[in-house]
Design a protein around this ligand. Structure first.
Ligand code: LLP
Length: 424
């Protein structure tokens, strides 16, 4: 459920007419709904009520400070994968005690900073990382609480590019090596192994592979306890899918929570969740303006002012985003079939192929739906385009929470060396 709806023939985000934002901010831009973010965070919290759970929002899905601050107010923690994401989470008011640090390539400097902050847990992904963390923690005189992220060799995820739990994936510690690495962790100074972590992919529409992975992880955790390790946390990662189009029916959070309760019940584990998409995905849209129609022999292109640099999911994963006009189509309005493309000089700069939708005229404004996760965070300024701005709506008010940069800001980090300017 989200808070984008037509009212009086106009598409609204909560109480704000999206056309008003498009005019005031310009397109392309992202718009997020506070009520939807809050609702999704609460739906998950309610589904897990009665279970000992930390909901660590996956900052990679949407790292905007205002979005993070909204979720911080709901009591969410954060799952971060870089020092930068850790700074963002802290700036947004998320306490370090609710932050877990995942990722295959943590640097010594990032470990040092996270130890200084006193984060809840490091999710360690290799033997080499574990040894370095022990050294960095020892030098600081701090103890790092860790879970090993294990690779359960279970396939899941909506697209090969977002499946992470198979043996050939770069993520996690190989299953067969996990127990030996926990034994090593017990011997290493300044390391305290407190949990087991797993994350098998994203946009998962089926609880079966998740259950298979979690059962393996719980069995491992129980074996580790028998071996004398004080394993008290299970981090189940993120990955729950969301509906992107009519007919999509991913498992509801209640079913996900019931499955996890069933797999972990009575065992005294603290749960950590790392949801990203399920909280932010349907809480955001990207607005664009139609520029031109162009007829090719076999198709009609609709060229819009947003590009793959603003929303890369269709180019990278063949992802589907519904496209809704901001002015609600009248009953009986003509329908057309378009290839919807952006202005970038890449053939993959295509948002939709042969999409049947209400007829669009140049100047019409459109919303790419379900763009709140892995949208603005993956944007770039390729083709020297302005980094896409972001807006947060709350009821009938809105605020630009990342403004469009100026051209000087865009090139502000660049320098033409003196030897090139002196020859003029
Ligand atoms: N935890 C870990 C360790 C992860 O790697 C991820 C996502 C999450 C949690 C959050 O997963 P979620 O609940 O959002 O599925 N850019 C891709 C998705 C990449 C997901 C990367 N990892 C997309 O746009 O579909």
């Amino acid at each position: 459920m989200h808070h984008f709806h037509y009212s009086g023939g106009r598409l609204f985000c909560e109480g704000v007419d999206l056309a008003e934002i498009a005019s005031a901010v310009g397109t392309p831009c992202y718009v997020y709904s506070s009520a939807t973010l809050v609702r999704h965070a609460r739906v998950i919290a309610d589904a897990f009520s009665g279970q000992d759970v930390l909901i660590a929002f996956s900052v990679k899905a949407n790292g905007n400070l205002a979005v993070l601050a909204t979720l911080a107010q709901e009591g969410c923690g954060a799952d971060v994968v870089s020092g930068g994401e850790l700074v963002r989470a802290r700036r947004a008011g998320i306490p370090a005690s609710k932050i877990v640090f995942s990722g295959v390539g943590k640097t010594a400097a990032e470990m040092d900073y996270a130890l200084w902050e006193g984060i809840h847990q490091f999710n360690v992904e290799s033997a080499a990382e574990l040894r370095l963390l022990s050294q960095v923690a020892s030098a600081k005189g701090k103890t790092a609480k860790i879970a090993l992220r294990v690779n359960p060799d279970v396939a899941a995820g909506g697209h090969p590019n977002i499946s992470t739990g198979k043996a050939g994936d770069k993520f996690g510690v190989p299953w067969a090596e996990a127990e030996a690495l926990y034994a090593e962790a017990a011997r290493l100074p300044c390391i305290e192994a407190v949990g087991v972590d797993v994350h098998i992919g994203s946009q998962i529409g089926d609880l079966v592979p998740m259950r298979a992975a979690f059962e393996k992880v719980v069995a491992l955790a129980l074996r580790l306890r028998e071996q004398g390790h004080d394993i008290r946390r299970i981090d189940v990662g993120g990955g729950l899918g969301i509906p992107y189009k009519e007919g999509d029916a991913p498992p509801p959070p209640t079913a996900y929570a019931a499955m996890i309760a069933d797999v972990t019940k009575g065992l005294g584990f603290e749960l950590i969740l790392e949801p990203g998409r399920v909280i932010a995905g349907n809480a955001g849209v990207m607005l664009t303006t139609a520029l031109y129609e162009k007829q090719a022999p076999d198709r009609t292109f609709l060229i819009v002012d947003a590009g793959m640099n603003d929303l890369i999911r269709p180019a990278l994963y063949g992802a589907h985003h519904d496209i809704l006009p901001l002015a609600e189509p009248a009953a009986g309005q003509g329908r057309r079939t378009y290839d919807v493309v952006g202005p970038i000089c890449e053939s993959t700069d295509k948002f939709a192929t042969a999409r049947e939708m209400p007829e669009v005229k140049a100047g019409d404004r459109l919303a790419f739906m379900s763009a709140g996760a892995y949208g603005a965070v993956l944007s770039s300024s390729y083709n020297a385009r302005y980094l896409v701005p972001e807006v947060l709506v709350d009821g009938d008010r809105y605020e630009i929470v990342r403004r469009r940069p100026t051209f000087d800001e865009m090139v502000g980090l660049e320098k033409v060396p003196d030897w090139l300017t002196m020859t003029a």
